[in-house]
Design a protein around this ligand. Sequence first.
Ligand code: FMN
Length: 325
Amino acid sequence: MANLKTTYMGLSLKNPLIVGSSTLTATADKCKEFEDNGAGAVVLKSIFEEQIRAEVSSTYDTLDGNMHPEAYEYLQADMPMRIGPASYLEKVSETAEALSIPVIASINCTTPDKWVNFADKIAAAGADAIELNVYDIPSSSNISGADIEQRHLELVRAVSATVTIPISVKLGSFYSSIPAFTKALDQEDIQAIVMFNRFFQPDIDIEDLAIKPSTNLSRPEDLRTPLRWIAITSDEVNCDICLTGGVHNAEGAIKSILAGANAFQICSVLYSQERNPISKILSGMNEWMDNHHYETIEDFHSLLSNKHLNTKDGFERAQYMKALI
Ligand SMILES: Cc1cc2nc3c(=O)[nH]c(=O)nc-3n(C[C@H](O)[C@H](O)[C@H](O)COP(=O)(O)O)c2cc1C
């Protein structure tokens, strides 16, 4: 029987399957269920800056306007840190206590000062690592791609200067040069890059003339985008790489490792009707490894990354050279 043990961000994992951040990882009970089904680690639901702001503004309204002005000022200034993350911190410590596999907290914020404070408190609450979900919508034509990259690097730098637990950075796929940006991130003090987040994409209701939410679950074909970029970048960086996006079965999991990922995350498949996809993926990996006489993950890790393939014909070809049909 193959051995699926591996390390990710310096953490020992019993296997490279990580349950990715979503509503499903918002409670300790559900995370425990994923552990019981065999997951190697879990990433908690992200805490979002909007959540914190909303919580904070409703509490500002309850502050007594007659209190001492200095006390009022102090409470106002301190409020975001005292109240915003409190329930998230409780969730982190509750989950970390309930699980024996690594628990990775996740933060989505856009301003460096808040990131730093949340990250520090989350680390103290018992998270084994932090995933920084650097995602915002650049909706102003005054902000260039270089500005955004610079801001993301500054955020990462600020957090890594504060916390001592491992840090990963979860990226979207919309950078003009993914190899250049991952290389720049790798110069920072981070342990992993997670590729790629799947963004919430609102739809339009043409009868009500309104924006409507849409579910945005992946399909197995979506795996090809992270596979390509991991195959191209994984040999160029020193930090670990984690694939997220389109792993629905053992085949997708195996492809992730072959392309150069150290671990992979699953999310959409957990929303499907499939019964216990975690144990199916793990047993499928085991069977494939046995059939191919691979004893450990290391034996086939990165075998199909660009450098190992030693050809630019595969992952780097951008256009069809000729019509396929
Ligand atoms: C309903 C839902 C909620 C999600 N919430 C988060 C989140 O809070 N933070 C985050 O970093 N990613 C979030 N994601 C993205 C997933 O973690 C994952 O990266 C993405 O869905 C791609 O993986 P998949 O193809 O296995 O679904 C969410 C995805 C879904 C479908």
